[in-house]
Structures are given as C-alpha cells and as structure tokens.
Design a protein around this ligand. Structure first.
Ligand SMILES: CC(=O)SCCNC(=O)CCNC(=O)[C@H](O)C(C)(C)COP(=O)(O)OP(=O)(O)OC[C@H]1O[C@@H](n2cnc3c(N)ncnc32)[C@H](O)[C@@H]1OP(=O)(O)O
Length: 196
C-alpha cells in the first residue's frame, strides 16, 4: 500500500509508516510466545498492531497512558500539536495495539531514536511508555508490543536499546532479551517540577 493512501484521511494519519511493522522477524527475538504471534499476525482478527494514528485521541490512547502515569487533561488541540511535532521531528515510533471490535487502544509502547556522533554516527533506541490495558493483561500483549518496538529498533539500525523500569519488571524484560549489565545498570534522575 502506498504512503499516500495512509495519509489521505487526516484522522487515519500515522505517526510513522506502518509498512515497516509487517517485515519484523519475530524469530530473531528470544521471547517465547505460546501460541506464536507477531506484529503482522497478532493471533486475533480483531487485533491490530500499528503506529499511533491522529484519531487515537478518540480511541482511548490517553486513558490507556493514564494507567502508566499521570497524563493531565490533554485537549484535542494539544494532542494534535504534539502529534505533528513528533511526526515532523522523526524518531518517535509510538506503537499501539487496537481492539477493532470496540475501536479502543489496548496496548502501547514507544521507541525513541537518538542520533549520535559516537559509534560512527550511529543511532540508539530507548523503550518508553509501555502499557497494556488492565483487563487485557496476562495474554502476551505486553510481550507483543515490547518485542515489536525492540525489533523495530534493530531494523532501524540502532546499536542498542535501553529502558528504565521498576525492579519487579526486570524478569519480564529479561525474558525479552534485555540484560542488567554488571557495573552499568544504574538509572539516575533529576526531577523538576511538572508543568501545570
Ligand atoms: C520501559 C517502561 O515503560 S516500564 C513500564 C511498564 N508498564 C507498566 O508498569 C504499566 C502497568 N503494567 C502493564 O501495563 C503490564 O502489566 C505490562 C505491560 C508490564 C505487562 O503486560 P502483559 O500484557 O500483562 O504482559 P504479558 O501477558 O505479555 O506477560 C509476559 C510475562 O511477564 C510477566 N509479567 C507481566 N507483568 C508483570 C508484572 N507487573 N510483574 C511481574 N511479572 C509480570 C507475566 O507473568 C508473563 O510471564 P510468563 O510469560 O512467564 O507467563
């Protein structure tokens, strides 16, 4: 399908080109799926793994994110502006799972790409904002969305992919190929006041 088709309707506009998700090779991931699923074939015909669309504002995307952290009261205008900024900047691979039966976003994860001078002008990936709707948890969707964006990072040429998480999720991410590197596994933060 041509990119012009994806962008012809304003609301169905994607934040990145969806075709790349179809070619991800799930056999490259150490994650074990039972039954076997992938981004291209998520196992149910009512489910789709795809890039964020502008209209996901109306499909519960922000309500889903609020199960992860505070989102604030984001207006349609604010959402549209941020969507446009992220799309124009490039490097924001916000990826979602939709339950098409009810037109609701039930899972999400973001790959952000940082441009580097080091490693021969390489690129590095970061895994951010992973969440599955609480009524859909325990059905492999967390694994599905994390493996999708991790393979995407590899496909886009990242030399590594990093994440920060709570201690209780270390096992979950280890099962998907992430490692605590001895002497190099500290996450440090400097917190500033949140914008009101
Ligand atoms: C980088 C970041 O964004 S870190 C933030 C992660 N997000 C959150 O904490 C938000 C709230 N939590 C969630 O949305 C979900 O619990 C997720 C995304 C962490 C996991 O989603 P699920 O769809 O339930 O995961 P899935 O069904 O694929 O489970 C995979 C495995 O991880 C385990 N697991 C899942 N969640 C947790 C948890 N919170 N604690 C411990 N183990 C867990 C499951 O038991 C399962 O193990 P198994 O393969 O041996 O059966």
């Amino acid at each position: 399908m041509g990119i012009e088709k994806y962008n012809q309707d304003e609301n169905s506009e994607y934040i990145y080109e969806p075709q790349i998700l179809q070619k991800l090779d799930f056999s490259k991931s150490p994650a074990k799926f039972n039954p076997q699923i992938s981004a291209a074939q998520p196992g149910e015909d009512w489910m789709v793994v795809r890039p964020l669309q502008r209209d996901d504002y109306n499909k519960g995307f922000l309500q889903l994110l609020s199960q992860l952290t505070s989102t604030g009261n984001i207006s349609r205008k604010q959402f549209d502006e941020r969507f446009t900024q992220m799309k124009n900047a490039g490097g924001y691979y916000v990826t979602v799972i939709e339950d098409k039966r009810i037109s609701q976003i039930i899972g999400a994860a973001t790959l952000t790409i940082e441009q580097k001078f080091i490693h021969n002008c390489s690129v590095r990936g970061r895994l951010e904002d992973v969440v599955v709707n609480d009524t859909y948890r325990g059905k492999q969707l967390g694994k599905l969305i994390v493996v999708t964006v991790s393979l995407l990072a590899q496909e886009l040429g990242c030399y590594k992919m990093s994440l920060d998480c709570k201690d209780k999720l270390i096992k979950f991410y280890e099962s998907l190929g992430y490692k605590l590197e001895p002497g190099n596994s500290n996450a440090m933060n400097m917190r500033f006041e949140e914008p009101s």
